[in-house]
Design a protein around this ligand. Structure first.
Ligand code: HEM
Length: 618
C-alpha cells in the first residue's frame, strides 16, 4: 500500500506544532511586554470591540500581504514553472500548425482523426513552491490558471484536481458508484478499519443503512441539552480565565468541547477533557495525530516490518489504540447489559432517555454486527464528529474577531432570542443569523478542504476521458472561493445568505457549496453538527467578547484532516456587560418537541433525507 500523499507533505512540521498545542495548558499568561501591532489594537479597543479604523488597518495590511503572495505565485505559474509540456507526435503537429495560424477547429478534427483525445491540462508540483503552506492554497492558484479540472504531477504520483461544481456533482452523486475512497481508506485503515468514512461497496451500504436511522430527529433534538451542558462547562473555564486575566488558546478548547460532546453522543462516555487530561483523552489525541501524520508522510514507515515493532512512536500509537479499543469494548458490553435489562420496545425514533447514544440505538435495534465492525464505526464517528466541529468553531471565532459588525449583529440576535436560558430546539429555529454565520464560516473554511476519491471505473470528467485508478481531490476550498461564482469570494459576509431563504446546501447551491459533501456519501452528522455549532456559538457570544490576544502569533493555516491553525487561536476573553444576567443553570430536558417545522431545521433534515434516498437507490 502506498499510503503517502507527497502533495500533502509540506505542513508536517507545522502539524506537530498544532497538535502539540493541544497539550499546552489551555490558558496562557497575558502578554504584557512588547507593544506591537496587536497591542495597539487592544489599547484602542472599547467596550470589548475593536474600533473600525484599527480593524480596517489590520485588514488592509493582511490583504496587501495576501495579494503580494498571490501575485508572486501567479507570476511563477504564468512563467510556465508548473506547466507540463504535452509531448508526442499529435501535440508536436498541433503546435506546428498553431504557429502557422491554422484555425482551432482544424486541430480538433485532426486530433480526432488521429485518435488523440482531449488531454487534461497538466501542472507539475514543486515542493519548494508550496513549502510552509497548507497544500490547498497553491491548488487554488493552479485552479485559477488551469481550470476546473487539471492533473497535478509530483514525481511518480499524479492527482486530478477538481474545482468545477458539475464535475464534483458527477463524481459525488451522479456516478458515485464509479469512485471509492482510495488513499483515504488506506491512510485511515489503522484507526477506522472498515468504518463508515473509509468503507466502500457492500460494507459501506450495510453500515450506512444501520447507522443513519440512529441519528433520527428526536435524537438530534435531544442532543441540544448535551451541547448546552458541555458549552456551559467551557463557559465556566472562560469565566475563570477572564477573572484571572489569562488569555486562552481557543482551538484546543474547542477540540476538547467537541470531544466531550461526541463521546457522550456516540457511546455515552464522558471524556470530561475540558476538566482533566486522563489517559484516554491523551490516547485519542495520539491516534488523531498519527492519522494526520500519516496523511502527510512521504514514506509509509509504519508498514516497514521491523520498524513497526521498534519505533517508540508506533509503540505509543499501538498502546493508545489498545486503550481506546478496550474502553470501547467495555462500553459496548455495558450498553449490551443495559439493553438486555430494559423493557423499551424498539421503534423508528427509539431513544433511551438515560443513554440516548448512537451505540445504544444500534444495539437495541438488534444490529447484527461484529464487535470489530462496531468499534470501527464508533471510532469513525468519534473522529468525524470531533475534529470537524472543533475546526468550524475555531475558524468561526477567528472570523468573528475580524468582523466586529458581524459579531455585534450576532450578539444582538442571541440576546433577543435566548435571554436567560440554555438554547432549546425552538430557539434554534429563531437563531437564523447565527446559523448564517456558521454557513458562511463553512464556506470560507470547509472541513475537510478537499474530498478524496479514486476512480474504480473508466469515466469522462469535464469532457476528458479518465482511466481506472486515478486519485482525485475535489477541492471544496476552490469551489467555495471561486471568484466567478461568489461575489467578494474571500469576504466573510453572512448576509450573502438571506435570512428568509433556505438553509444553503449542495442541492440548492448546485454543488458550488458543499460543506457536508453530497450524494450517497454525504455526512450523516450534518444536522447534529449544525445544531452543535449554533448552540456553542450562541452560548459563548452571549456571555463573552472575544479578541485576538495581544502579541498573539498571526493565525496561519495548516492541514491534517481538517484545517488547523499553525500556532493556535490565542484570544482574550472578556465578560460581556450585556446582557447583565448570567444564565440560570436550568437544563433543557431531553423532551423533544415533535412539532419542529421551521424551514431551517427542516431543510437541514431534508438534506439528509435526500442523501438517504439516493443511498437507497444506489
Ligand atoms: C461541522 C461538522 C462536520 C462537517 C463539516 C462534516 C463534513 C463531512 C463531509 C464533507 C463528509 C463527506 C466526506 C466525503 O464525501 O468524502 C462527511 C462524512 C461523514 N461524516 Fe461528517 N461532518 C461534520 C460532523 C459530523 C458528525 C458530528 C458526525 C457524527 C455524528 C459525522 C459523521 C460523518 C460520517 C460517518 C461520514 C461518512 C458518511 C459516509 O461515507 O457514508 N460528521 N462529513
Amino acid at each position: 500500500m502506498a499510503a503517502s500523499v507527497p502533495l500533502l507533505q509540506f505542513p508536517t512540521h507545522s502539524l506537530h506544532k498544532t497538535t502539540l498545542s493541544r497539550f499546552r495548558p489551555t490558558t496562557s499568561p497575558k502578554f504584557n511586554g512588547n507593544y506591537g501591532y496587536c497591542c495597539t489594537i487592544r489599547c484602542n479597543s472599547s467596550n470589548g470591540r475593536e474600533p473600525e479604523s484599527v480593524n480596517e488597518g489590520v485588514k488592509t495590511v493582511e490583504k496587501l500581504l495576501e495579494e503580494k503572495r498571490r501575485a508572486e505565485l501567479s507570476a511563477r505559474i504564468a512563467s510556465g514553472e508548473f506547466t507540463v509540456e504535452q509531448t508526442g507526435f499529435p501535440s508536436l503537429v498541433k503546435k506546428g500548425l498553431s504557429k502557422l495560424g491554422v484555425p482551432k477547429e482544424f486541430f480538433e478534427f485532426f486530433s480526432q482523426w488521429l485518435g488523440d483525445y482531449p488531454r487534461i491540462p497538466e501542472a507539475k508540483g514543486s515542493i519548494s513552491a508550496v513549502r510552509n503552506e497548507a497544500f490547498f492554497i497553491p491548488l487554488y492558484e493552479l485552479f485559477l490558471t488551469y481550470g476546473g479540472i487539471f492533473r497535478l504531477t509530483f514525481g511518480p504520483k499524479s492527482f486530478l484536481i477538481v474545482s468545477d461544481p458539475s464535475i464534483a456533482k458527477h463524481i459525488l452523486k451522479d456516478n458515485s458508484k464509479a469512485y471509492s475512497k482510495g488513499i483515504l481508506a488506506e491512510i485511515l485503515d489503522f484507526v477506522m478499519g472498515k468504518g463508515l468514512i473509509p468503507a466502500d461497496g457492500e460494507i459501506w451500504r450495510v453500515r450506512r443503512r444501520a447507522i443513519v436511522p440512529a441519528l433520527h430527529q428526536k435524537y438530534v433534538a435531544a442532543m441540544i441539552g448535551l451541547f448546552g451542558q458541555a458549552t456551559d462547562r467551557l463557559c465556566k473555564k472562560l469565566d475563570a480565565a477572564a477573572s484571572d486575566g489569562e488569555d486562552v488558546e481557543m482551538e484546543s478548547l474547542f477540540s476538547r468541547l467537541t470531544l466531550d460532546i461526541i463521546g457522550k453522543a456516540v457511546f455515552n462516555y464522558d471524556f470530561d477533557s475540558l476538566t482533566v487530561d486522563t489517559g484516554i483523552v491523551e490516547a485519542v489525541y495520539t491516534v488523531l495525530r498519527e492519522a494526520e501524520d500519516r496523511s502527510v508522510a512521504p514514506i509509509p514507515v509504519w508498514e516497514i516490518p521491523i520498524w513497526k515493532d521498534i519505533s517508540p512512536k508506533l509503540k505509543k500509537v499501538n498502546a493508545a489504540l489498545k486503550l481506546i479499543n478496550d474502553t470501547l469494548d467495555d462500553l459496548i458490553a455495558l450498553c449490551k447489559r443495559m439493553v438486555d435489562e430494559e423493557e423499551l420496545q424498539f421503534h423508528e425514533e427509539y431513544m433511551n432517555e438515560k443513554d440516548p447514544s448512537i451505540l445504544h440505538f444500534l444495539l437495541a435495534s438488534g444490529d447484527e454486527v461484529s464487535s470489530k465492525q462496531l468499534r470501527d464505526d464508533l471510532m469513525t464517528m468519534l473522529i468525524a464528529g470531533h475534529e470537524t466541529s472543533a475546526a468550524v468553531l475555531t475558524w468561526t471565532f477567528y472570523l468573528l474577531s475580524k468582523e466586529p459588525s458581524v459579531m455585534a449583529k450576532l450578539q444582538d440576535e442571541v440576546d433577543s432570542v435566548l435571554g436567560d436560558r440554555f438554547p432549546t430546539i425552538e430557539d434554534l429555529k429563531k437563531l437564523r443569523y447565527t446559523t448564517r454565520v456558521i454557513n458562511e464560516s463553512l464556506r470560507l473554511y470547509p472541513q475537510p478542504p478537499v474530498l478524496i476519491r479514486r476512480s474504480i471505473d473508466e469515466d469522462v470528467l469535464g469532457g476528458y476521458p479518465i482511466k481506472r485508478g486515478e486519485d482525485i481531490f475535489i477541492s471544496v476550498w476552490n469551489l467555495h472561493r471561486c471568484p466567478n461564482r461568489w461575489e467578494e469570494a474571500d469576504k466573510f459576509n453572512p448576509e450573502r445568505w438571506p435570512l428568509d431563504g433556505p438553509n444553503p446546501n449542495e442541492t440548492n447551491q448546485n454543488y458550488s457549496y458543499l460543506p457536508f459533501g453530497g450524494g450517497p456519501r454525504k455526512c450523516v452528522g450534518d444536522m447534529f453538527a449544525t445544531f452543535e455549532n449554533v448552540v456553542a456559538v450562541a452560548m459563548l457570544v452571549r456571555r463573552f467578547d472575544f479578541q485576538m490576544a495581544l502579541g498573539a502569533p498571526p493565525v496561519k493555516m495548516t492541514t491534517g484532516a481538517t484545517i488547523h491553525t499553525t500556532e493556535g487561536l490565542n484570544m482574550t476573553v472578556t465578560r460581556r456587560t450585556r446582557p447583565p444576567v448570567m444564565p440560570k443553570l436550568e437544563m433543557a430536558t431531553l423532551e423533544v418537541d415533535s412539532s419542529v417545522n421551521s424551514s431551517d431545521v427542516n431543510s437541514v433534515s431534508n438534506q439528509r433525507a435526500e442523501a438517504e434516498a439516493s443511498t437507497v437507490r444506489s
